[in-house]
Design a protein around this ligand. Structure first.
Ligand code: SF4
Ligand code: SF4
Length: 126
């Protein structure tokens, strides 16, 4: 985003949003066994089975997981990368299934919310 490049990322705002759901995020990240059993339930992965970036857990770990690990201290480049993951690589259809109960759509949705809080989001041509 051109305007954003001259501004600072509001890391405090990101931390506040993370803290609002901290126990849920912590639990989801802890429960994920990195087994990739969720992969087959995502039609985007089924369509591109050689590309791990479509695996639901990959999307969670590299969006909310990253924001959580960095405690909100991220750059615009990080946010742009996360934007691609949570908008281009996920349509939030909520069909992904995790046998351990990890709520991937909820985590992706949270990542979108955090990106939006910084003015980073996907714009669609109508
Ligand atoms: S989200 Fe669930 S199914 Fe997917 S890798 Fe993590 S534990 Fe396995
Ligand atoms: S919500 Fe996203 S990750 Fe889950 S099945 Fe749909 S497109 Fe795939």
């Amino acid at each position: 985003m051109d305007n954003n490049s001259e501004m600072q990322v509001d890391t405090q705002k990101i931390r506040d949003l993370i803290n609002q759901d901290k126990s849920m995020i912590k639990l989801m990240l802890k429960v994920c066994a990195h087994c990739s059993m969720c992969a087959e339930s995502c039609f985007l992965y089924v369509h591109s089975p050689d590309d791990p970036k479509y695996i639901p857990s990959y999307k969670m770990l590299n969006s909310v997981g990253y924001l959580y690990k960095k405690k909100g201290n991220v750059t615009w480049e990080d946010l742009e990368r996360i934007k691609e993951i949570v908008w281009d690589n996920c349509v939030l259809c909520t069909r992904c299934y995790c046998p351990l109960g990890v709520d991937i759509p909820r985590m992706i949705s949270l990542a979108r919310k955090i990106c939006r809080s910084q003015g980073v989001y996907k714009e669609y041509n109508t």
